[in-house]
Design a protein around this ligand. Structure first.
Ligand SMILES: N[C@@H](CCC(=O)N[C@@H](CS)C(=O)NCC(=O)O)C(=O)O
Length: 202
């Protein structure tokens, strides 16, 4: 299969690159610079109607939404065991945490990043921060408890869920010191050769 990942370091396209590396697939990176408006070029808007990243071209057919791409790749290459099959009990947990990662976890996380780091100060709504922080820490509490006796989100085996959850946890190194299990978990994820390759270069 032919894969082209439209990519910018520090964006959710890193999730997809990490997954491609875990699966050992060949892919080409096409670098965009969202700050320079590359997302809104006519060509890119044909790949992604909102002009966002990531987009993965799969045999010339575009796919967007980082979670959906990571999930699709996991299911498409079952021999790599990055997602349990629908017949396994663990598939229940897999679906639960995949959706959790892009809703309960990512929503407050993104509000914090957006209103403290991305939106220019005069447009940011700083009143949203305490509320989002409270929600995020509640979710961190849940994950801390969840990880108290496991190496990965699904137990002993790394899966696509770890890419989805781990990627967001890594946005908040300053909070992790209060969460020893999550600190240990993200330290372990950061040592994975595929993760290290996925953050290589620009
Ligand atoms: N839910 C989407 C979110 C995509 C998204 O917001 N991407 C950001 C980069 S991390 C982006 O392209 N922002 C530019 C924009 O919204 O104009 C996903 O996970 O793929």
């Amino acid at each position: 299969m032919d894969f082209i990942l439209y990519y910018q370091k520090g964006t959710r396209s890193q999730r997809v690159r990490w997954q491609l590396e875990e699966l050992g697939l060949d892919y080409q990176l096409e670098f965009l610079n969202l700050f320079k408006g590359d997302g809104f070029s006519r060509e890119h808007l044909q790949r992604h109607p909102l002009g966002q990243l990531p987009v993965l071209m799969i045999n010339n057919r575009p796919m967007f939404e980082s979670g959906a791409i990571v999930h699709w790749l996991a299911d498409r290459f079952p021999e790599k065991q990055m997602s349990p099959t629908p017949n396994e009990n663990l598939r229940q947990d897999f679906n639960q945490w995949m959706y959790f990662s892009v809703t309960s976890l990512e929503m407050p996380a993104w509000e914090i990043i957006l209103h403290s780091k991305i939106i220019p100060k005069k447009h940011a709504v700083k009143e949203i921060l305490p509320f989002a922080q409270k929600n995020l820490l509640q979710v961190f509490d849940v994950l801390e408890k969840e990880m108290s006796n496991k190496k990965y989100m699904l137990g002993d085996k790394f899966s696509a869920v770890d890419i989805m959850v781990g990627y967001i946890l890594m946005w908040f190194p300053e909070y992790l010191s209060d969460y020893p299990q999550l600190q240990k978990y993200t330290d372990c994820l950061k040592q994975r050769p595929a993760y290290i390759r996925s953050i290589d270069g620009n």
